[in-house]
Structures are given as structure tokens and as C-alpha cells.
Design a protein around this ligand. Sequence first.
Ligand code: ADP
Ligand code: MG
Length: 221
Amino acid sequence: MINIKKLTKSYIIWWVPSMILKWIDLEIKQGDFIALMWPSWSGKSTLMNMIGILDIPTTWEYFFHDTNVANFTEDEQAIFRRDKIWFIFQWYNLLAKLPAWEQVALPLAYKGWSSSKRYQRAIEVLNEVWLSDKINHTPDMLSWWQQQRVCIARALVCDPALLLADEPTWALDSKTSAEILKLFSYLNKEKWKTILMITHDSNVASYAHKIIHIKDGLIDN
Ligand code: ADP
Ligand code: MG
């Protein structure tokens, strides 16, 4: 599904170039459930943002199936982000004033869906993450673990092929973490979603089928 080669990323920090990612070759196959495990500040979120083209690397080759993503125009990038890949963010990134169903329905507005179709589809997806009784709740009325499920529903609403989850359980206790991870396993097995998940917790990583370790900006194992 995804073939990334020779990815590097440098930042200039106080006039000194600093290379965060030194040389990443990464292959993701359709149906994979992969955990990326590396220490804090090592560039995990930076890498994930680049896979979802929220950020552009210093150098790379990037193929999604046969499409050369590295050559995309900005409009092609936006369509790719809308249709192919969705993020489950570490900080949820929900909009403060919107009820759950509108958070989930929002991506469909960018596809031009009518409001009644958006509502119907949002309810369907909220149901899949066991939130059908919370559709009118705003984030301040939801626990962290409920907010994370709204975030997962929003990621699923456009039916993307790949889910990118950045430390999806960092704020959760072991019991609710396990529920989120079981939901990922279900989405992977029953809904054929390919999942790439960042974590620094080996218990969390154990739900994945492959674990990739990165050290000092290079794939270690
Ligand atoms: P992780 O998710 O593994 O904790 P990040 O990808 O957030 O790490 O960041 C990796 C490193 O890159 C950090 O040391 C961070 O300070 C640096 N970094 C990230 N974004 C920028 C930026 N826009 N400018 C300069 N340095 C950055
Ligand atoms: Mg991070």
C-alpha cells in the first residue's frame, strides 16, 4: 500500500541544521497493523505527519499503491488526505463547541454531502464506536475515552484505507486503553483497515502484528 524510501527530515534550530529523521525506508502492506515504537522526541509524530502529508520531508520517495505522492500538487494532497488517510490524534483535536455528530460529520462537508446524509452517516459511525447515546454531547461533556472514540469515528467517516494513530491511548487507564485497542483490532480484522499506531508502551504495541523500532533517526529493527 505504502512504500516510502530515503526519507529524511531536518530542521534548522538556532542556525544549526538538525536531522531528526536520517534515513527511513518503510513499507506498509494492505491489512497491516503496525506499531511504531521509539523514544520520546525521536520524530514519531513528525514521521506520521509526513505519511499523512500534513508535513513535507526534506527528501523522500513516496508511493501509495502506484501513485507517486511526492509529486502531488497542494490540491491533490488535500484530496488524498480527505479520502485515503485519517488521523487519530494524541490530543484528539476536537472542536470545542460542536456536538459529537457534527465533529464526525464535518469531513463529509468537504466531500459536498448534504446535511441529512452527513447526519445519517455520522450516526452510523458513532454507533460503531458505541456512542449512539452521546451524539449531541460536546467534548466538555465527554470523558477522555469517549472523546477518543469521537476522534476514531471522525477518522472512519470517509472510509479511509489507512488509519494513523499517534499515541491513541496515552491519556487512558489500562481498562479503557484495552477497549480502544480491541476496537483497533476489530477495525483491522473485520473492516480491513490498515493501521499504523505510534506508542512507547510495549503492552499497547503487543496488539499490533508488526513492531518497528526506530533509533537515532534510523530503523533499528
Ligand atoms: P515524538 O513524536 O517522537 O515525541 P516529534 O516528532 O514531535 O517527536 O519531534 C521530534 C523532534 O523534532 C523533537 O526534538 C522536536 O523538538 C523536533 N521538531 C519537531 N517539529 C519541529 C519544528 N517545526 N522545528 C524544529 N524542531 C522540530
Ligand atoms: Mg509525538
